[in-house]
Design a protein around this ligand. Structure first.
Ligand code: ADP
Length: 244
């Protein structure tokens, strides 16, 4: 596993408040990583920095084999370089079918589909992606009629259609039923076999099922890192996060 993302000495303040404080952090490829930590720890700001939504005050964020510095790239270029982000709320097109949503994602300029030599039709490729996210039997349904969990899966599918190298996912389990959470776990574990997937999550049971390395963020720094059991036994983590 080699490093795909290397964050070094990154700081970001808002009105004098250090949201990210000399953060250093790296993600391998492939890898599944969970980021946990109390509210205000800097988890969202971290994702904003990686995707170029926010610029750091200092530090570098190197990405990919050419070690491009993401802090010098536009949001659009970062997305085209293979970094996808899923926000908490699904942003699918309700009046379009699952197939239409997926083909739209496949046709986007971010997607490598249009330049690939292999030529399954768009709909065949959409069906493959629908399979990956458990929506094969729902391809003709309008997205507006899907359950909350299915909408989240559709959005994950739309991101996977674009074949990201790094996928950032914000609280995928929020508002899901236990059965939906279980399927989401399997989906993310599978997706992380061939790419880096970083998940921000508060639901500890969900994190446990991901069976991955966990980074605990606190006051804009990594407070602890390792297996969930390892970080949960760390007195500093208990103090700032678990003991509350
Ligand atoms: P988390 O996602 O871990 O809850 P955030 O990254 O959202 O934490 O926030 C970290 C800190 O930075 C918080 O104190 C938050 O109020 C502050 N912050 C984040 N974004 C902004 C912003 N655009 N303007 C001012 N303060 C911000």
């Amino acid at each position: 596993m080699s490093a795909l993302l290397e964050v070094s000495g990154v700081s970001k303040s808002f009105d004098g408040f250090k949201a990210i404080d000399n953060l250093s952090f790296s993600i391998g490829e492939p890898e599944l990583r969970a980021i946990i930590g109390p509210n205000g720890a800097g988890k969202t700001t971290f994702m904003d920095l990686v995707t170029g939504k926010t610029r750091p005050d200092s530090g570098t964020i190197r990405y990919g084999s050419a070690s491009q510095d993401l802090t010098k790239m536009s949001e659009a270029r970062i997305a085209r370089a293979g970094i996808g982000r899923k926000f908490q709320k699904p942003t699918v097109f309700d009046d379009q079918t699952v197939t239409e949503n997926l083909t739209m994602a496949l046709k986007s300029p971010r997607s490598p589909f249009t330049v690939l030599m292999r030529r399954p039709s768009l709909v065949e490729r959409a069906a493959e992606v629908a399979d990956q996210v458990g929506l094969r039997g729902d391809m003709g349904r309008r997205a507006g009629t899907l359950s909350h969990g299915q909408k989240q899966w559709l959005e994950i599918g739309m991101l996977l259609a674009q074949e990201p190298r790094l996928l950032l996912v914000d609280e995928p389990a929020a508002g899901m039923t236990a059965a939906e959470r279980e399927r989401t776990t399997a989906m993310l574990v599978e997706a992380a076999k061939s790419r880096a997937v970083v998940v921000i999550e508060h639901d500890m049971e969900f994190v446990r099922r991901l069976k991955c390395r966990v980074s605990v963020l606190h006051e804009g720094r990594v407070l602890a890192e390792g297996s969930l059991d390892h970080v949960c036994a760390d007195p500093r983590v208990i103090d700032v996060y678990l003991g509350r």
